[in-house]
Design a protein around this ligand. Structure first.
Ligand SMILES: [Cu+2]
Length: 201
């Protein structure tokens, strides 16, 4: 149920903090508010995941279902992007510059991206049906703004989480809210990156 005040839908902000079990702030965690009932407006626009200095940037991207993502190659040599994930399987073979068309992520779920040439390159896309989501920064903070008042399921995700975290019920009102969550994640494995002057492509 939406609370309407003076003809305007009442909306609130939610501030999330995610930490590791040690208490250290956890970056790159997705925080998602899923309405228990009612419609979910599509409010996505095109998102970019770049290939720069032989890395995929950013490491984690959270998008709403049906968001187009562009994969510009900003390096002076080619990349070969792929995903074998069932949520979105695709390949952009050996290419330079910006591919002609973005890739539309049309199903919810998680997608792991890699490069066929550079084994260490990795990034993740988390696709959610809800338009109400955010990703934690280096301080483990994320903010979701302008969430219509009502009942939601609060969900968490991280590409290296050891186990799925169960959703919790939450009521959003006009007052700003704070929530915290502990997520246990595996350490990131940094694969060796050879010097760039050896680049053949
Ligand atoms: Cu590459």
């Amino acid at each position: 149920m939406l609370l309407v005040v003076g003809g305007r839908v009442c909306a609130g902000d939610i501030e999330a903090t995610v930490t590791a079990p040690s208490g250290e702030p956890l970056a790159d965690a997705a925080v998602v508010l899923e309405p228990v009932s009612g419609s979910m407006p599509e409010r996505h626009s095109t998102v970019t995941i770049a290939q720069r200095d032989r890395e995929l940037v950013p490491y984690v991207t959270v998008v709403q279902t049906n968001t187009p993502i562009e994969f510009p190659n900003q390096d002076p040599f080619k990349h070969h992007l792929y995903s074998f994930s069932p949520t979105k399987t695709f390949e952009i073979k050996l290419y330079a510059g910006k591919p002609a068309k973005p890739v539309v992520f049309d199903k919810p779920g998680e997608v792991a991206l890699g490069c066929n040439i550079h084994d260490w390159m990795e990034a993740y896309v988390y696709v959610v049906d809800s338009p109400y989501f955010a990703k934690t920064d280096a301080n483990g903070h994320a903010r979701i703004t302008d969430v219509p008042a009502g009942s939601y399921r609060l969900k968490w995700w991280h590409p290296r989480q050891k186990r799925a975290v169960s959703a919790r019920a939450i009521e959003i009102g006009a007052a700003p809210m704070s929530v915290t969550q502990v997520l246990d994640v595996k350490p990131r494995v940094i694969k060796p990156k050879p010097p760039a002057d050896k680049e053949k492509y």
